[in-house]
Design a protein around this ligand. Structure first.
Ligand code: F6P
Length: 543
């Protein structure tokens, strides 16, 4: 039987010369047919309708049908159910994958014969109680009410809460939150420099509580605190699965918030790794964020594949990255408060799906997930859009925008923002032909060879694919929907690729080598066995 991939490759070749614009001309209802709306039933409190438009891609009914066949052949539906019901689908680590349980607090899920939900609810309750104590001044520092919270963590213990704290800034009415991640001492130094140790709470967020960057920064923060605070550990809290290590660090058990190994680091912001966010916006808004995630879970779990938003995002992703071979995908939020979304998605997508072997250890017959990158619009327009429009490589673009901002007095700026977003996807689609460019140059008074030369620089090839995700407003609920949407998209892509999206062995080698290089830099090791380049650079660093 021919593989669904082969059918897709044949289809790709058959439609290679077709322009996306011609698809719109051939089918007046294309925009409706190749978009989906979620939440139009008004079911989502604080939410509203999310619109996913994938009509500006070279997908037609046939292509979409073949992608859906691929998803079905890969067993997406069965795997999805296995995930939600606590099966150990993280097969290389022997773990369930249950971040969805952190946002669906009412249910019951069994792992190893035990309902894990009572434990999840207890941790949530403790985390909310602590967040309230901090916000309402019952938990204080030596100098009184907490004014600043510093989250020390890296990767999944940083990117999610840091992204969300910025995204939900209009809802932040608690202490200011800051984030320290890099082992570069400049980071912890610069963040702490402006803070008062006597009114600062430090959260050490690390699933393993062994990550060298986090533990080194936590030690530095403790020393900074100790210079002014008699009992520095009393102004520390911890979020970790490793409670014996948090105790060894000196953090009292009542300020340690645990979670279990079936929550992957990059999927963990829904639980206590989100403590900084819960303190910033308060438990009610954090609950709304969870409700948004849970609403997306319900949709993902029950909607037919052809109307399922995470599935459709994944299929468009597979079409661009694995079928058409585009190596990267740009995420372009026209929403300044989502400026950390691309960085967050880099970990979510690249740590999850940047893998060269399938679950059974065999080499992938197709490319792994794409390079994900991006910046908010309109800033990116004045930086790298040149390449997106006129470079030789095609970069599928993923635009995001909100119907409304949070600044009613600046509605005209929001209009301008959205106009720019729509203009970019239109320009990518439409392009500008040589004839059009030549006419423009002629209008400017040029003629002959100079007109033609100048015109060629002004040609936009167009026919460049993009998708747009539009949402009513960046509320806590909507942010929850968006994050869960991306999580499930990554999951579906992983199932189709046949990989384990929930381990991250690829980060280990560099960590191990860093441990062997530190003594080379300090002069305690001669670095025998290292290559010449590494030794030269180490010598330079030693000075
Ligand atoms: O090194 C990669 C990684 O393990 C990520 O997967 C994780 O999010 C990050 O490090 C931080 O890990 P931890 O929360 O255990 O400190």
């Amino acid at each position: 039987m021919p593989s669904p991939w082969d059918a897709l490759y044949r289809h790709r070749d058959a439609v290679a010369d077709r322009s996306i614009l011609s698809l719109f001309e051939a089918r007046p209802d294309r925009a409706t047919a190749f978009s989906r709306r979620l939440g139009s039933d008004g079911a989502s409190e604080g939410g509203g309708e999310i619109l996913f438009d994938f009509s500006k891609t070279n997908l037609c009914d046939t292509g979409l049908g073949l992608l859906l066949d691929l998803a079905r052949a890969a067993g997406v539906e069965a795997r999805r159910e296995a995930m939600f019901t606590g099966a150990k689908i993280n097969e290389t680590e022997g773990r369930a994958v249950l971040h969805s349980a952190l946002r669906n607090l009412g249910g019951s899920v069994t792992v190893d014969g035990r309902d894990v939900m009572p434990g999840v609810r207890a941790v949530h309750a403790a985390m909310y109680a602590f967040a309230r104590d901090v916000r309402e001044g019952r938990f204080t520092g030596q100098g009184g009410a907490i004014t600043d919270v510093v989250n020390i963590g890296i990767g999944g213990s940083d990117l999610g809460p840091a992204m969300a704290c910025l995204a939900l800034a209009p809802y932040a009415d608690g202490p200011r939150c800051h984030f320290v991640s890099n082992v570069d001492g400049a980071h912890v130094h610069d963040v702490l420099a402006g803070l008062d140790p006597e009114t600062t709470l430090v959260i050490v967020a690390s699933k393993t509580f062994t990550t060298i960057e986090t533990m080194t920064n936590a030690d530095s923060a403790k020393r900074w605190m100790a210079a002014r605070v008699a009992d520095p550990a009393s102004q520390f809290a911890a979020v970790s699965t490793a409670t014996e290590r948090t105790a060894a660090f000196g953090i009292a058990p009542e300020r340690v918030f645990g979670f279990e190994d079936w929550v992957g680091g990059r999927y963990s912001m829904w639980g206590p790794i989100g403590l900084s966010l819960a303190i910033a916006v308060g438990p009610e808004d954090f609950d709304a964020f969870l409700a948004g995630g849970a609403a997306m879970d319900a949709h993902f779990r029950s909607a037919p594949l052809e109307d399922n938003l995470p599935v459709l995002l994944a299929l468009v992703g597979i079409w661009h990255a694995q079928v058409l071979g585009h190596a990267t995908r740009a995420v372009l939020p026209y929403d300044q408060r989502l400026s950390r979304l691309p960085a967050y998605l880099q970990q979510l997508e690249m740590e999850s799906n940047g893998k060269r072997v399938a679950m059974d250890g065999s080499e992938l017959p197709v490319n792994s997930g794409p390079v994900v990158w991006g910046e908010p619009g309109t800033n990116g327009q004045h930086a790298f859009y040149q390449l997106i429009h006129q470079g030789t490589r095609v970069v599928p673009c993923e635009f995001l925008f909100a119907r409304a901002g949070h600044e009613p007095g600046l509605a005209h700026q929001h209009r301008l923002l959205v106009a720019n977003c729509l203009a970019q996807s239109e320009a990518l689609l439409r392009g500008r032909s040589l004839e059009e460019a030549t006419a423009i140059m002629a209008k400017k008074g040029l003629d002959g060879a100079e007109r033609d030369r100048q015109a060629r620089h002004r040609v936009f090839p167009g026919n460049r694919p993009s998708t747009t995700l539009a949402y009513p407003k960046l509320t806590p609920f909507v942010l929850g929907q968006i994050v869960a949407l991306y999580e499930h998209r990554v999951f579906v892509e992983g199932v189709i690729l046949g990989i384990n999206s929930f381990d991250q062995w690829g980060v280990e080698l560099g960590k191990e080598l860093a441990l062997t290089l530190e003594p080379v830099l300090s002069g305690d090791s001669d670095g025998a066995g290292k290559d010449g380049s590494t030794l030269m650079l180490a010598g330079y660093a030693r000075g």
